[in-house]
Structure formats: C-alpha cells, structure tokens
Write a protein that binds this ligand. Structure first.
Ligand code: FES
Length: 167
C-alpha cells in the first residue's frame, strides 16, 4: 500500500479550501470589476454635441449658443451646461469659448460701447478681437479657445476645445 494516500482530513481540507476560494472569487470579482470600471471604459475621442443653432442663421456677427452634455468623472455622471460664441468667417464657422484667458470670467460680444466690435470681459476690462485674439495692453495674456465645429441636418455641432487658429 502506498504512503501517498490522502487522508479523510486532508481531503476535507482541500475540498473546503477549493470551494471557499471559488466562492470568495465569485464575490470579489464584481467588486474588483466595479473598482476598475472607469479605467476600462474606452474614451470616445472627437465626440460632438448637437446644438439647437441652425447653420443657416449664422452670420458674421457672433451669437451665443448654449449647449449641454453629459460628463463622466470616474463613477459620477453629471449634466454640464456650456456656451460658445459662433459666427461665420467666409464659408467657415468659428466657435469661440466664452471663458476669459485672464481669470476665467465670461466674455460677451459688443457689451462695451467703446469697443462694439470686440469681445469684452467685464471683470477686469479684458478685450479680444472678433477672432478671439486678445487685445494687447488688456489683462488677458492669450486668445480665447476655439471649439471644433461640425454640422448635422443643418444644425451646429461642437466638439472639443482647441487652440485658437487665429493666433
Ligand atoms: S477675468 Fe477677464 S479680464 Fe480678468
């Protein structure tokens, strides 16, 4: 008779360890999956947000276009509201971010009667040309960001922010 026989105690120990491990793995796997879920999500690049602004109504005078989109930050999803100043430059549609490059206030088009053809930031009298390029001698040190622009069924779509193409 061989000495390698498994005793009843060993058999029970191995069996219970195996079943216990299997059950523990079954409970832990969903928790691990949940913990790393945001890391596993593939980020969609170049996503555009459809706005209610008709392309046909865009002129060479900037208009404010409001839009919103869902933002995912880790496990937290929220609805974000944003806006852009949109106008036509020849055949091209330009969409500028309204966020001032000085300290982040919101800029408005033609809101200062002394400079009716510029964007004006009321916080510290910052000014920008229509192209979004900052006026030298005013607080902003850089041009307004631009949005990528596309269109769908006659409506403007806005993508991610990019560096101003006029600077
Ligand atoms: S935040 Fe716009 S000029 Fe200061």
């Amino acid at each position: 008779m061989s000495n390698n026989r498994v005793t009843r105690r060993q058999f029970l120990t191995y069996s219970l360890t195996g079943v216990g491990g299997f059950m523990a793995a079954g409970m832990l796997m969903p928790m691990v999956r949940f913990a790393v879920d945001p890391i596993l999500q593939t980020k969609e690049e170049g996503e555009f947000v459809l706005t209610s602004q008709k392309v046909a109504e865009i002129t060479d005078a900037p208009v404010k276009v409001d839009f919103s989109y869902e933002q995912t930050d880790g496990w937290y999803k929220s609805e974000v509201s944003d806006s852009a100043w949109v106008y036509k430059e020849g055949d091209q549609i330009i969409a500028l971010s309204p966020v001032c490059k000085h300290l982040g206030c919101t800029v408005n088009w033609a809101s200062n009667s002394d400079h009716p053809d510029q964007f004006f930031c009321a916080c510290h009298a910052g000014r920008y040309e229509k192209t979004g390029v900052n006026v030298k001698g005013t607080p902003p040190l850089g041009p307004l960001d631009q949005y990528e622009v596309d269109e769908k069924d006659g409506f403007i779509m806005l993508g991610k922010k990019i560096a101003n193409t006029h600077s």
